[in-house]
Design a protein around this ligand. Structure first.
Ligand code: DGT
Ligand code: CA
Ligand code: CA
Length: 575
């Protein structure tokens, strides 16, 4: 059974959750959470690396203890630590952690005092009024718990795009090995580049006698076959991700791809346009009366109604059909347009590689420049830089730049925006930098007007260049802070500074709609990776997908500029 890095990370997180419920040592809990992060940051599958005899302790943040646990998990599918916890603690308790308002301490109380081990038990107890007398609870909490359970049950679990890719791409590759298979494409929201997906919709072209459908239902990671037939099947993978497979004929491939890529709203608009022209579009083809006039390729489907092919990321019924009809579809930004990186960390703070390692890694990826933007002093937990430490880094960068050939390190800082909108470092040291990336890392709960003023004030600072992760959202974990983003965008346009689209799979912040607004306002967006290790530089694909959903062209992207064009754009913000 193959084990993905995401499985290993989830295993460690589960251990951390269970340890917390048990009330274990916080350092041990943190060690497992850091372990999960270190595994997610690996450049390749841990199982493959081990099979090749690699020593995992060579990778950042992986010590002997963690490496041993990873090896045990890869070898046996579990760890003794987990098995021991599962004997002590009902694993169903973990789901209770997903209920807002219930932390490990309360869950332990529920378990010890009332013997509650799962959601049904909790719901029954709340309805019977048995929660209100527990220590740390009350009638209000009881009511909140009931509402939260209801919300939780309604929510269908969605998967981060990066996680869906980790499971979906190997499955697609496996299907490509089937007899006579000509095409395998993951369609649906995944192909449209959405930041989360509900399920995967895979389309294949293969002859009737192909084994592709059986290959699908017998894939080793399938936990449940929901339905199966000669042309369609649905399975659920062990990780919980549902996958639909449809086998179509070659002459229908384009129409089926168009149909199953969606979005539904886009396809409805397209079909309406077709109807006006006496055509009928469905998943089998484009028809005039009963005669098929198109459908083999997606291009032919769009051409049949007089449109150019529309990139999947745009298919959200946000004006793309009109734009296509009027010949003003954007020429969307591509990975190869990116010339440099404007936000990254080194081991001077919470990054895991040295200045030189980060520079070499960026250069190896074809970039022309890399801005070093470690954290500022306010973030004491990660050893944020004060003026002296920052000056030492500036000198180190100057020295390294003399040795680098055809590549330039830019001097920057990810400077905390304090509660009153001032910056976390004095002007005299900021003045020595090429750029200042401002970021909010605390006081997320300020009221809207205060939060907005705080950020606008920071942007007005004479050395402010770029606003990092402008809304602070963590997908499915933390909502954006309450801020008037329209005003932030308008202010950036007026002030002549820039906004970031952070490519970390959990952030993707700015999101697609905000990118559209930034573009309309003429604000350049930096598609950054916020890399904490060399491998993180590859996260940009996710940011690019989001940027494309936001209609961004290379001309709208700050770091699509070569260094010579970038320099004056940065200088303009620096005093
Ligand atoms: P998801 O899975 O929630 O992230 O979003 P999608 O867009 O992948 O939606 P899904 O999996 O329900 O369906 C895949 C595609 O199939 C969808 O994008 C468009 C197409 N589709 C599904 N149901 C309908 C429908 O009732 N009408 C039309 N025109 N298309 C549909
Ligand atoms: Ca889907
Ligand atoms: Ca589906």
């Amino acid at each position: 059974m193959p084990i993905h890095n995401e499985d290993i990370a989830a295993h460690f997180e589960e251990i951390a959750d269970l340890l917390e419920i048990r009330g274990d040592n916080p350092f041990r809990v943190r060690a497992y959470r850091n372990g999960a992060r270190a595994v997610r940051a690996l450049p390749r599958s841990a199982a493959e690396l081990l099979a090749e005899g690699e020593d995992l302790t060579r990778y950042p943040d992986i010590g002997e203890a963690l490496a041993t646990k990873i090896a045990e998990l890869v070898r046996t599918g579990t760890t003794q630590a987990m098995e021991k916890l599962r004997r002590e603690i009902p694993p169903s308790l973990e789901e209770l952690l997903r209920i807002p308002g219930l932390g490990p301490v309360r869950i332990r109380t529920l378990w010890h005092e009332l013997g509650i081990t799962d959601l049904d038990g909790l719901e029954a107890a709340a309805r019977d009024g048995r929660l209100r007398d527990l220590p740390g609870f009350g009638p209000k909490t009881e009511q909140k718990v009931l509402t939260a359970i209801e919300e939780h049950r309604k929510k269908k679990r969605r998967f981060l795009r990066a996680v869906a890719a980790e499971y979906g791409e190997p499955l697609a590759a496996w299907l490509r090995g089937g007899r006579g298979v000509r095409e395998v494409v993951i369609a649906g929201s995944y192909r449209r580049g959405r930041d989360t997906v509900g399920d995967l919709d895979i389309l294949t072209v293969a002859p009737d006698h192909s084994d592709v459908m059986r290959r699908f239902t017998r894939y080793e990671e399938v936990a449940e076959v929901v339905s199966q037939g000669p042309t369609r099947a649905t399975v659920v993978l062990r990780c919980g991700l549902q996958v639909d497979l449809r086998r179509v004929r070659e002459e229908s491939f384009g129409s089926a791809l168009q149909y199953f890529t969606g979005s539904k709203a886009h396809s409805i608009q397209l079909r309406r346009l077709a109807q006006d022209q006496g055509l009928k579009i469905n998943e089998y083809g484009v028809f005039r009366d009963e005669r098929r006039v198109a459908g083999r390729t997606e291009e032919s489907v769009y051409a049949s109604v007089g449109l150019p092919w529309i990139p999947p990321e745009l298919r959200e019924a946000r004006g793309e059909i009109d734009a296509a009809a009027q010949g003003r579809l954007p020429k969307l930004v591509e990975p190869s347009d990116i010339r440099g990186e404007l936000h990254c960390h080194t081991n001077a703070t919470d990054g895991r590689a040295s200045l030189e390692e980060m520079a070499r890694a960026a250069q190896a990826r074809g970039l022309e420049y890399l801005a070093i933007t470690d954290h500022s002093q306010r973030l004491t937990m990660v050893g944020g830089l004060g003026p002296e430490a920052l000056r030492r880094q500036i000198e180190a960068i100057d020295r390294l730049n003399e040795r680098l050939d055809g590549f330039t390190l830019l001097k920057g800082i990810e400077c905390d925006i304090l509660e009153d909108g001032s910056l976390d470092l004095p002007d005299d040291v900021l003045a020595e930098l090429d750029l200042v990336v401002g970021a909010v890392h605390g006081k997320f709960d300020l009221p809207r007007a205060k939060q907005t003023d705080r950020i606008l004030r920071a942007m007005d600072h004479r050395y402010f260049t770029l606003l990092a992760h402008p809304t602070g959202r963590l997908i499915q974990q933390r909502p954006p802070y309450d801020v008037d983003l329209d005003r932030v965008i308008a202010h950036a346009a007026q002030r002549g500074c820039y906004l970031e689209l952070n490519s970390q799979p959990l952030r993707l912040d700015l999101d697609d709609l905000a990118c559209m607004k930034a573009r309309e306002a003429g604000v350049l967006v930096a598609i950054d990776t916020d890399a904490h290790s060399p491998a993180d530089l590859d996260l940009r694909v996710h940011g690019i997908a989001q940027a494309r959903r936001g209609w961004l062209e290379a001309a709208d992207v700050l770091n699509a500029r070569p260094l010579a064009e970038l320099r004056p754009l940065l200088a303009r913000t620096m005093g």
